[in-house]
Ligand binder design. Sequence first.
Ligand SMILES: NC(=O)c1ccc[n+]([C@@H]2O[C@H](COP(=O)([O-])OP(=O)(O)OC[C@H]3O[C@@H](n4cnc5c(N)ncnc54)[C@H](O)[C@@H]3O)[C@@H](O)[C@H]2O)c1
Length: 264
Amino acid sequence: MGRMEGLAAVVTGGARGIGEGIVRRYVAEGARCVIADIDVEAGERLAAELGDSVAFLRCDVTSEADIVAAIDLCISRFGALDIMINNAGISGVTGPIQDTELADFERTMAILTTSVFLGTKHAMRVMKEQGHGSIINTASTAGVQGGLGPHVYTMAKHGVVGLSKSVAVEAAPRGIRVNVLCPGATLSSLTAAVVTGDKDNLDAAYERLSSKYPGGKAPRPEDMANAAVWLGSDEGRFMNGAVIIMDAGKEVLSDRAAKFYPID
Ligand SMILES: NC(=O)c1ccc[n+]([C@@H]2O[C@H](COP(=O)([O-])OP(=O)(O)OC[C@H]3O[C@@H](n4cnc5c(N)ncnc54)[C@H](O)[C@@H]3O)[C@@H](O)[C@H]2O)c1
């Protein structure tokens, strides 16, 4: 028996990167997943590889109708919505604040925050009826500290943390949990594009990212998936409103006090 036998999940941004890692791990643990993503080619390929436990739906997470359709598909195909993972994202607009165009700001916020609002809203609607559920929102270490990402990305991810904590209070008495995953720089096409300029250059990206980590190894999507298994399954039943930072102590933990306990 897997640790998630019989559970059904929607994973936005599940065609690639961290979302793909979560889908693969969930299926290996006995769960069924709807991959909700705009990347039709990657989504259909992954669904075909993983078989009957997975369904792909083209879904733009900024569209309310698309989010509702992904949740409806999960219920009609797999019988319930036990877990909603609002994970799709982009790095968004970059550059000095005075040069940031309103349209770019709004597009970035739509993909990073409107998406999480919509996914949380409709998952709550269904989960209240069911009387149970786990919502997992992917923020970032840039959601708890400044200086780790572009301005709008940082603002958006702080918003994801805020919404999740707020809705966790409404959710708790109804047997629903809302938690946040905050990955540090993790190997994916998103980070490969940022650190090498080429989203497909994963080997060079892994080397570059790993050199920045205290232990010399960068996390991969499966490392984030480990936390998503725990949060999504009954093992995480006492986790609600939690903000889980997964950066191996890279950025969010300061080493400024190391003079009291020298690090070799
Ligand atoms: N990789 C990291 O280092 C890192 C660190 C912190 C947080 N995150 C967050 O993790 C999440 C996943 O990022 P990733 O690194 O796996 O990136 P990725 O680019 O590998 O995957 C993102 C997925 O989201 C999908 N997507 C993008 N826009 C969409 C839209 N409008 N509608 C539906 N799907 C859409 C893409 O098609 C892709 O499959 C994002 O929210 C990102 O901000 C990533």
